[in-house]
Design a protein around this ligand. Structure first.
Ligand SMILES: Nc1ncnc2c1ncn2[C@@H]1O[C@H](COP(=O)(O)OP(=O)(O)O)[C@@H](O)[C@H]1O
Ligand SMILES: [Mg+2]
Length: 247
């Protein structure tokens, strides 16, 4: 299973009750298997951009393409099973076990039981949770870091071509966070899953991403490899955002 490509083609979003645009003229392409971090200050449009991919937000103008197909032409439910989504408020189902949570999308896709079981164990191992210990546990018996790992495993359950992550590690402490950054990026790279990762933490972006998309006021300021952004910030805004990160 390899990653899908994502294309943003002059995407604009204006929310019905807002005066300004949340996104303006956003155009870039994400290659199969690429990990792109989206960074920028609060309110710059990171979450809005992410949500145009799984149609939780519909663009007011422009288009979003997955493997060259406009997402508007896809059934929203089918689309969301092809696009994994992991957020800070993990939202595990409390009445289900860890294995049931991770296996939700495969179940909805109608996979046979043994294939679901293998997928669940494989993903739990990939996020460093021993299946024997964690399969039958309830979410309330997990630490914050363990719950985030399960959230990522669940988002990857149905072998999605695209994974969207919105500040997934914002609520865990620095040491757990660093471990999660390394593990999760290793998992998506091993699986070849195309990943968009929203964060307001430039260090996190530098650590995990193939390329970083810097946003400001609903626009893309710069999209480049981490080293290129540090060496050649395109604007004063980018330079200031990454100041102090050149360690
Ligand atoms: N559902 C909504 N309705 C109206 N305005 C919204 C909504 N969601 C976000 N916004 C506005 O759109 C802009 C971008 O928000 P958002 O994408 O959440 O930014 P970020 O994730 O970078 O913090 C902000 O000005 C925010 O207030
Ligand atoms: Mg946000």
């Amino acid at each position: 299973m390899s990653g899908a490509t994502i294309g943003f083609d002059d995407v604009g979003v204006r929310y019905a009750d807002a005066d300004g645009d949340a996104l303006r003229g956003v155009s870039f392409d994400v290659a199969s298997g690429e990990v792109v971090a989206i960074v920028g200050p609060s309110g710059c449009g990171k979450t809005t951009l992410l949500r145009t991919v799984n149609r939780l937000v519909e663009p007011t103008s422009g288009a979003v393409l997955i493997d060259g197909v406009d997402v508007r032409t896809m059934d929203a439910v089918a689309l969301r099973r092809r696009v994994g989504y992991a957020i800070q408020a993990v939202g595990l189902f409390a009445h289900m076990t860890v294995a049931e949570n991770v296996g939700i999308v495969p179940s909805l896709l109608g996979w046979p039981r043994d294939r679901i079981d293998r997928r669940v164990d494989d993903l739990l191992e990939r996020v460093h949770l021993d299946p024997k210990r964690f399969r039958d546990r309830r979410p309330r018996k997990l630490s914050g870091g363990e719950a985030q790992r399960v959230g990522v495993a669940r988002a990857l359950g149905g072998e999605p071509g695209v994974l969207l992550m919105d500040e997934p590690f914002g609520a865990v402490d620095a040491i757990v966070r660093a471990a999660l950054q390394d593990e999760v990026t290793r998992v998506v790279r091993d699986l070849g899953t195309t990943t968009l990762f929203v964060t307001h933490d430039v260090h996190e972006a530098l650590r995990i991403a193939d390329r970083i998309c810097v946003m400001n006021g609903g626009r893309v300021e710069q999209l480049d490899a981490p080293a290129a952004i540090l060496a050649n910030p395109a604007t004063d805004f980018v330079r200031r955002l990454f100041e102090g990160a050149r360690a």
